[in-house]
Design a protein around this ligand. Structure first.
Ligand code: 5GP
Ligand code: MN
Length: 345
C-alpha cells in the first residue's frame, strides 16, 4: 500500500475539473528530460483512456533516446508549431503543468499558458513552486513527477486504466530522475510502484537499454575526450568537466549527447560535487549542470553563482560569458563552499 502523499482535497478538486473537461493540454519544461516526457505521456495515456482530447506540448525538442516512448510522436514542439500550440493552449479546458516550478521554465510558451482561461494545475517535485496554478501539487520529497502522476491516477481510483504504454512512460520518468534508481531512491514505496508497473507488463530491463544503451560511437568518443580533459580539485572534493562549441563540432555533437556526463566524476572516490559547463549552441551562454552526493547543496551554489536552482543533488543554471570566465566563477564558488565540501557526512 502507498502512503497518501497528495492531499485528498486536491484530488477531489482535480477530479471535478476532469469530469467537466473535454480538452486537456499538458505542458512541461524546456529541454525536456525523461521525467518531463515520461510524466506528460503517462498522464496523456491516462486521459486518452478516459476519452479526453489531450495534447502534450513542450517548448523544444527532446533527446532521441526518449523517442521510442509510446505517444512521443504526438508530442508537439512549441518552437516548431507555435500557432497550432497557441490555439490548443487558448482553447483548453484544463492545462496540466508538469515537472517545473516556475513559469520561465516553459520559456516562450509561458505567456500563452498564463493568458489561457483554462483551469491550471501544477504537478511537480521541484522546491518553491510559483503561484500560477489554481491547484498546486508540489512534492519535493518525491523523486520524480512521473511517480506523482502514478500516485494521482491511483488515488483518483483509476489504477486499472493505466495501460502498458502509460506504465512504460511513468517507469521511464522514475528511472531517469533517479539515475536508474541510484540516487533519491531510498523511499521503499518506489519499489512498490515499480512492482505495480511490472504488473502492467512493462519490460524494465528493455526500457533501461533503450534509454541508456543506444548512443552513437561519436558520443562515446566525446565522453572519452571530455573525461580526459576533466579537472579534479582534491582539496575541495570536486571535479569539473566542460565542452565548448568548437569541441562539440569536432565530435559531431547532437542534442542529448552529453546527457549524463555530469554524473561520471562522482564515481571518483571522495568526489562529492561535479560540475559540467557546456557552451550553448543557440544562446550566447554556458549551461551549467551540477550534481552532488550526500548533503552538499548544489541548488544553493547554483542560485548564488549561476542564476539557477534545482534540487539538493541535481541543479543547474546559466552563465553569460566565456568558458574561461565560467571556470573562474566555478573556482570562486568552490572556495566559498569549501567548508561544506569538506564537511564529513
Ligand atoms: P540538468 O543538469 O539535468 O540540466 O538539470 C538538473 C536540474 O537542475 C533540473 O531538473 C532543474 O531542476 C535544475 N535546473 C537546470 N537548469 C536550471 C536553470 O537554469 N534554472 C533553474 N532554476 N534550475 C535549473
Ligand atoms: Mn523531474
Amino acid at each position: 500500500m502507498l502512503t497518501k502523499v497528495i492531499e485528498q482535497s486536491k484530488i477531489d478538486h482535480f477530479t471535478k475539473w476532469l469530469d467537466r473537461a473535454d480538452k486537456v493540454v499538458i505542458v512541461s519544461h524546456v529541454g525536456p528530460d525523461g521525467d518531463a516526457i515520461g510524466s506528460s505521456l503517462g498522464l496523456w495515456h491516462f486521459l486518452d483512456s478516459q476519452g479526453k482530447t489531450a495534447n502534450v506540448i513542450v517548448p523544444n525538442a527532446f533527446p532521441d533516446f526518449l523517442k521510442w516512448m509510446p505517444g512521443s510522436k504526438d508530442v508537439l514542439l512549441y518552437d516548431r508549431y507555435k500557432e497550432f500550440a497557441d490555439k490548443l493552449i487558448a482553447e483548453a479546458d484544463v492545462i496540466c503543468c508538469l515537472d517545473f516550478n516556475a513559469i520561465h521554465r516553459i520559456e516562450a510558451m509561458g505567456s500563452a499558458v498564463l493568458a489561457s482561461s483554462a483551469k491550471k494545475i501544477l504537478i511537480d517535485h521541484h522546491l518553491y513552486p510559483e503561484d500560477f496554478c489554481k491547484i498546486i501539487i508540489s512534492h519535493p520529497e518525491i523523486s520524480s513527477t512521473s511517480e506523482l502522476i502514478f500516485r494521482l491516477i491511483c488515488r483518483m481510483g483509476y489504477f486499472s486504466d493505466i495501460s502498458k504504454e502509460g506504465a512504460e512512460c511513468i517507469y521511464t520518468g522514475m528511472m531517469t530522475d533517479t539515475g536508474g534508481f541510484t540516487y533519491n531512491s531510498n523511499n521503499r514505496e518506489i519499489y512498490f510502484i515499480i512492482s505495480e508497473l511490472l504488473s502492467k507488463g512493462i519490460d524494465k530491463d528493455d526500457i533501461y537499454r533503450k534509454v541508456y544503451n543506444t548512443y552513437s560511437e561519436s558520443r562515446l568518443r566525446l565522453m572519452g575526450y571530455v573525461l580526459s580533459q576533466m579537472k579534479v580539485y582534491p582539496g575541495h572534493h570536486a571535479a569539473l568537466i566542460s565542452l565548448t562549441k568548437e569541441e562539440q563540432g569536432r565530435f559531431d555533437y547532437i542534442r542529448g549527447d552529453s546527457e549524463g556526463f555530469v554524473n561520471i566524476p562522482l564515481s571518483i572516490k571522495d568526489v562529492v560535487f561535479s560540475c559540467f559547463l557546456r557552451e550553448d549552441t543557440e544562446k550566447p551562454m554556458i549551461k551549467i549542470s551540477l550534481r552532488s552526493v550526500g548533503t552538499f547543496p548544489c541548488n544553493r551554489l547554483a542560485a548564488e553563482f549561476f542564476n539557477g536552482g534545482g534540487h539538493l543533488n541535481a541543479s543547474g543554471g546559466e552563465f553569460y560569458g566565456t568558458m574561461e570566465e565560467a571556470r573562474d566563477v566555478f573556482e570562486q564558488a568552490l572556495e566559498r563552499y569549501k567548508p561544506l565540501l569538506c564537511a564529513k557526512g
